[in-house]
Design a protein around this ligand. Structure first.
Ligand code: ZN
Length: 443
């Protein structure tokens, strides 16, 4: 598989045997919204496609459970920052379950790795990449000015313009960032520098360093994390280890809602629970995969309707094949699907080729459409061939699951009864039974 690396702006080939992946997890101060699920679903397809190609995955995700946002929200809600972080960590893990994604090999809350982070910062102070000032520790960008800014492809002066003007007199340059912040509010830990807490950018990189101990293959995150977060992660790893953090910096485009950024102030936030109350998780997955991951996706009611229609079409075909096989109306063959020129069509290969070329999920979805069209024609002739297995495999790699159940003897009996009623032209009774079967999701 080749993926586009934001730093080199090239597609980079992944190793065949083992792939190390890190994804910046959520800062647990609130519910995540559906826009946040795009990097999660995209990462999930990478994992599923590589696993299908027999590549071993080591996938780490962090949970940022120590952060200013958590502390500020806790003060606002008159609760403890520890309780608030615990509550939203638990909710995030149940969200991942609801999203039906393959769980990372490890999910580590940052609060469990404070000693690791302190040691990491200490090393940067010792090798003079960072400096101590008024209880806090800052990274000194000036020493790495030739390397800094390479992910976002900006020069130092452009980056300075992009940094919010902060009233932090302790920093040597506006681009310097805090590895350790002295503080008197919220969760804090006593170190030789001060009573304080780590900075977000150091939390991720110290975790990657401890867990993998080496350059990783894919660092996943939303495109908004390029600067400063990913630049800062990268430069710290380089300063401490004299090697690159990741071979591929993989960035997933924004999700807009009706052309606008989802935000509390606009009031257009849709949480996962809100979405799943009215739609299926397959619908959300379709919405997040139907466009190229690197482009932004505009979520509209039309797109959601399109997703529903797509999934309903797939599900009803699978159910139909399921009951027709059960009552021997269809037979299964091992024949390969062939096109009009008698060439074998390999839907699985076509989908994998699309995904292997910088994760073209849009193209893989169009392969599903072609396979469904092909199968619909086959069942008219009374049989299903190998295209059925291929389609199942492609849908599994994309993560769609229609939960088609094995039919019990009494259910098969009812289907046969319905078919008999149709044959004997007892349409009223047939229709009543059909409705009952539909309701039970048998047909
Ligand atoms: Zn991160």
């Amino acid at each position: 598989m080749k993926l586009f690396d934001s730093l080199s702006k090239e597609k980079i080939e992944l190793p065949k045997s083992n792939v190390k992946i890190y994804s910046c997890g959520p800062t647990v101060y609130d519910l995540i919204h559906i826009g946040n699920t795009r990097p999660i679903f995209i990462g999930d397809v990478i994992v599923r496609a590589l696993t299908a190609a027999k590549t071993n995955i080591n996938f780490l995700m962090n949970i940022t459970d120590i952060d200013d946002k958590i502390i500020n929200r806790a003060i606002e809600h008159k609760t403890s920052d520890i309780d608030l972080a615990k509550k939203y960590t638990k909710k995030f893990l149940s969200d991942l379950n609801d999203l039906q994604v393959v769980m990372p090999n490890k999910i580590i809350p940052i609060s469990s790795r404070i000693d690791t982070i302190i040691d990491f910062i200490d090393d940067l102070v010792k090798n003079e990449s960072a400096y101590f000032s008024e209880g806090s520790v800052y990274f000194e960008i000036e020493k790495f000015k030739d390397e800094y800014g390479k992910i976002s492809h900006q020069k130092l002066d452009e980056l300075i313009d992009g940094v919010r003007i902060e009233n932090d007199q302790n920093k040597k340059s506006p681009l310097d960032f805090a590895l350790w912040k002295a503080t008197s509010v919220g969760r804090k830990f006593l170190t030789k520098w001060s009573s304080g807490r780590p900075g977000w950018h150091t939390e991720c990189v110290a975790l990657i360093d401890e867990y993998f101990g080496d350059t990783i293959d894919i660092h996943i995150g939303g495109t908004d994390l390029r600067f400063p977060h990913h630049e800062n992660e990268r430069i710290q790893f380089m300063a401490r280890n004299q090697k690159k953090l990741s071979r591929i910096w993989f960035h997933v485009g924004h999700v807009l809602f009706d052309g606008q950024k989802m935000s509390k102030s606009v009031g257009n936030i849709i949480t996962i629970d809100d979405f799943l109350a009215e739609n299926n998780v397959n619908d959300l997955r379709y919405v997040m995969l139907v466009n190229k991951y690197s482009q932004q996706t505009n979520l509209t009611y039309d797109l959601i309707a399109q997703a529903k229609k797509w999934n309903e079409r797939n599900e009803s075909l699978f159910r139909k094949i399921n009951w027709m096989l059960a009552i021997d109306e269809l037979s299964m063959t091992n024949d390969n699907p062939i096109d009009d020129d008698f060439n074998i069509i390999d839907f699985r290969k076509e989908a994998m080729e699309a995904l292997n070329d910088d994760l073209n999920t849009a193209k893989a979805i169009s392969v599903v459409d072609a396979a469904i069209k092909y199968l619909n024609n086959k069942i008219k002739n009374g049989f299903v061939d190998e295209s059925f297995n291929m389609l199942n495999e492609v849908l599994a790699i994309l993560g769609f699951d229609y939960e088609i159940k094995n039919l019990a003897a009494d259910e098969i009996h009812e289907i046969k009864k319905w078919q008999k009623l149709v044959q004997t032209k007892k349409f009223e009774e047939a229709d009543a039974l059909r409705k009952k079967l539909l309701k039970k999701k048998i047909i």
